[in-house]
Ligand binder design. Structure first.
Ligand code: NAD
Length: 423
């Protein structure tokens, strides 16, 4: 079968696989598949040179049967162009629905983005702010603390989250910190939100390692993508005694089989804007990065990275998907047959949305927990979700993605059927 490069098709196939296993009717599948709403917005923005540029933005709201929509906002320019991006955010919004169900936070799924690459284009802080605030204005009618709560994603940070919160608050004349998560601490952000996705992924890795009677200490790790998610995976795994032997970012991949000093690598990346050129490392291709022998491979960049060819050639025991949608459906089957444990994105990176949920709760109650309290709540929850999925996977003899989808779809169907249809 030719690889499916359309994330929306992949998301739909994953849903259908779970529906087949659960015996879900055709009508219910259609309901679960389509997003409730996809908003496409035109964003006229004045650039520093005085010219006006028109950007395009999206917000896909997939499902809100379990609570308000929740999901990140990315500023990115996928190769397929604006049309591809629409399907990408639709897929990502569906994955958010399933992720929130698995980690058991009372949210549905959404995702959004603006078709722009701030890094490639070297946008100034002023241009970024004007794009961000115009986007916040354009989607302000459909977001809100009890409607839809965005968060950071690829190439957006706490700065953009503050600007979105401020724009929304000014439009409504009220202080609305819980309209968005991933804010800085002085704007109502939560302690540990920065490390949440990476640390949650590491907790999943720790449980997976135990389940196959392996050890983290001494394990060799490869990480594709050295951004928010990938950096904290590297930091925590190094603290647990693992060796990070290869990493990559958008400029390329590097390897050092003796293992990197992660603190120094982070400093190098901050200064040089890439991991490429780090001392005592050799440059390798993306293909080499993904297929070099290691114990744990962590895709932490973008979708569509592990196709059937890569899946046949990876040489690891565990794949932990810190990124959303890195593995194609036909690759899943190959990995399962090769007895490689794949911790699916909707579980592996759910620490991010869990601590986002805690940020939203803290904003709503006006009381803030310590970093230790937050991390311990997340650790408990993610371990529980990991084992819930592992048990279903063993019971039904299916891979962990199918098991995770079975858990998630069941929860959403339950909520939908309890409420019924109105009007
Ligand atoms: P980020 O912008 O902080 O980092 C992305 C990294 O990927 C950067 O280092 C970038 O250089 C690298 N990259 C881009 N294109 C690449 C390529 N072709 N090959 C290798 N590296 C490439 O973004 P992030 O927040 O770390 O997000 C990464 C992934 O994790 C995304 O799939 C995102 O949806 C997912 N995720 C992030 C969070 C979060 O809390 N940050 C939560 C859940 C899921």
């Amino acid at each position: 079968m030719a690889p499916l490069l359309d994330p929306w098709k992949n998301a739909t196939q994953q849903l259908y696989d779970a529906c087949d296993l659960l015996g879900i009717s055709k009508e219910l599948r259609q309901y679960l598949e389509q997003p409730n709403k996809v908003l496409k917005v035109k964003l006229p923005v004045k650039m520093d040179d005085g010219n006006i540029r028109i950007f395009t933005g999206f917000r896909s709201q997939h499902n809100n049967d379990r609570g308000p929509y929740k999901g990140g906002i990315r500023f990115f320019d996928p190769d397929g162009g604006v049309e591809y991006m629409e399907r990408e955010v639709m897929a990502l919004s569906a994955w958010m629905t399933w992720k929130c169900a698995i980690i058991d936070v009372p949210f549905g799924g959404a995702k959004g983005g603006v078709f722009v690459n701030p890094k490639k284009e070297k946008l100034s802080a002023g241009e970024m702010e004007r794009i961000t605030r115009r986007f916040a204005y354009a989607i302000s009618e459909i977001i809100g603390p009890k409607k839809d709560i965005p968060a950071p994603d690829v190439y957006t940070t706490s700065t953009e989250m503050t600007q979105i919160m401020d724009t929304f608050s000014k439009l409504h004349g009220t202080y609305e910190p819980s309209v968005i998560t991933g804010k800085p601490i002085n704007q109502g952000g939560s302690l540990a939100r920065d490390v949440a996705t990476g640390l949650g992924c590491v907790y999943c890795i720790r449980e997976a390692v135990k389940s196959i009677k392996m050890k983290i200490s001494g394990a060799c790790i490869i990480i594709q993508g050295f951004g928010n998610a990938g950096i904290f995976v590297a930091e925590y795994l190094e603290k647990m005694g693992a060796k990070i032997i290869a990493v990559s970012d958008s400029k390329g991949a590097v390897i050092n089989k003796s293992g990197f000093d992660i603190k120094k690598l982070i400093e190098y990346k901050q200064k040089n804007k890439s991991v490429v050129g780090f001392s005592k490392s050799n440059k390798i291709t993306n293909h080499e990065l993904l297929t070099t022998k290691c114990d744990i491979l962590v895709p932490a960049a973008l979708e569509n990275q592990i196709d059937s060819h890569i899946a046949s050639n990876v040489k690891c025991k565990i794949i932990a998907e810190a990124a959303n949608g890195p593995t194609l459906p036909d690759a899943d089957e190959i990995l399962h047959n090769r007895k490689i444990t794949t911790i699916p994105d909707i579980l592996a990176n759910s620490g991010g949305v869990y601590i986002s949920y805690l940020e939203w709760v803290q904003n709503n109650i006006g009381y803030y927990w310590s970093k230790e309290e937050i991390i311990s709540k997340m650790e408990k929850k993610i371990i529980q979700s990991f084992h819930e999925v592992l048990t279903i996977s063993k019971k039904n003899k299916v891979d962990m993605r199918k098991a995770a989808m079975m858990v998630a779809v069941n929860k959403v169907v339950d909520a939908f059927q309890t409420k019924g249809i109105w009007p």
